[in-house]
Design a protein around this ligand. Sequence first.
Ligand code: GCU
Length: 618
Amino acid sequence: MKNKLTFKLLILISLLSPMTLLSQTSLIQNVYNRSTTSLNGDWHYIIDPYENGFYSYRGHSFDEEAELKGEPGTGAYFTNTIAKNKTERIEYNFSMQPTLEVPGSWTTQVEELKWYEGTVWYQRNFDYTPKDNSRVFLYFAAVNYESHVYVNGKKAGSHIGGFTPFNFDVTDLLVQGENFIVVKVDNTRKKEAVPTVNTDWWNHGGITRDVMLVELPENYLQDYKFELEDENSPTIKGFVKFAGRDKEQEVTVKIAELEIENIIRTNKDGIAHFNLTPKNLELWEPGNPHLYTVELITSDEKVSDRIGFRTIQVNDSDILLNGKKVFLRGICMHEENPITGKRNFTHEDAELMLGWAKDLNANFVRLAHYPHNEYVHRLADELGILIWEELPVYWTIDWTNRSTFENAKNQLLEAIFRNKNRASVIIWSIANETPVNENRNNFLKELISITRTTDSTRLISAAMEVHSEFVENNSVKVIGDPLGEFVDIISFNQYHGWYGGNIDDFPNINWRLDYNKPVFVSEWGAGAKYGFHADKQTIWSEEYQAHLYTKTLEGIDRIPNLAGFSPWILSDFKSPRRPLTNIQDMWNRKGLIAEGGHKKKAFFVLQHYYENKLNEED
Ligand code: GCU
């Protein structure tokens, strides 16, 4: 009892901690449909491995100096100081520097920065005319990994986490005419970071997604959520939240196609809840990804969004979409384009990747191992593809470090905030392949509770691992991670036939499941070098990979409560852990689609299997 109480108290404290308050409150819902000015384009950059522009030679941070003295030293790169005359000694000049494209990573733009991990300063100018009765936010869809943001030499804010959005109110920092922004970006890997020092993907540093100015009225719609409570008696419930000086506002909630037009009034905290009871609501699902145009109209702005309504639940061994059993025909994908080798950040990248998933007859994608850009979720809504979204709590995180926990929690809350209205997103995954121990269990259990409290409309899982036991001399693979008690779906990665075991034995494996919950195999697969052909026993050949797919698919139904799987992985991707010359060359070759975009033999094995599965469902 006492432990339960302390645990509950811990949750409460962590939910109210300052960091959460900061990022959580200031994030703006559905930025892409607001009045915005893009700041994408060419930004000057300075490589600063010694953080010379951030710390004095005594190691004092110029930020602190700025706070203490009002003005930092001229050595602070964020002041963007230009020598005014021939006697003034300024040892940097952004305007003379080369440029990097934003969005984009420096690793794929400048050969000498391919392997670079450290600080790079970005700078650009832009013209702006402040408007009356408006607030202006500087929005970053993502910056990998730690960023410090300055506008006209003043600190706007900082952010940690490479895959989620953040924004700062810069209304009071902007001036009429020419303005400038300086961003310090540092992608140094750290033990206490999330992810930590070891990952099997490329550490693409930089301002990796869209940057924009968002102009909002003085009192603006900061947040809203729409959700379908129950597919049988369709009631759409939700809330709107205002920010600004005067939060008591009138809002019209309009869904023209459903002949809904309700006026609601927010309370002094800017919040109003609503319940809508539409007639003939078409439910969103892969076979019919129906989206409604939803409009929120206030005296100062109109925000529209495309939202699908569906329910997702578990019932013993089944995953139920709109009350009907669904099998997740999945594939994993990284946010990297195998044709360009670059970090994805556009609608076109999303079209390419999800287009291939559709070619596979997949109805589900596991976005590994971090929140991907928003174009993916919005396109998945349109295409009818279900999504697993994951937090980069990957392998061996610093479990006992409270700031690591706060960081992971903040990334989780930012990811949930951004995607709460996306019908396609059905599963929050809080971790991948983390070692079973008490500190890890407590860390993840706390994250799971926060996820449940923050969003009770989606399922929770984590990519776990199985262990082997011998029962009466028979080897049994046990799906028994203690975390299984706290998640909705029991997911695990397994690489029988690649990281151990003979693939021909796979159909005979004995499995033991310790929970009566749906089971999802979140990874399996094998590497293959495109164009390398040999017999099916020859490793790295397309035939070996195809054979592993065939045998795995032959035996996978022996896994109890199997509700779906997502093989590793849609396309080859870059990894600094893969040096094998002429085979890997710093690429993980487990893709079904090769570097360059070519489909390997195994692609068609899975495509055919999913086609049959689809026909079975009809
Ligand atoms: C792991 C891990 C992936 C990795 C894959 C592999 O299971 O989750 O990030 O890339 O296996 O080894 O290819």
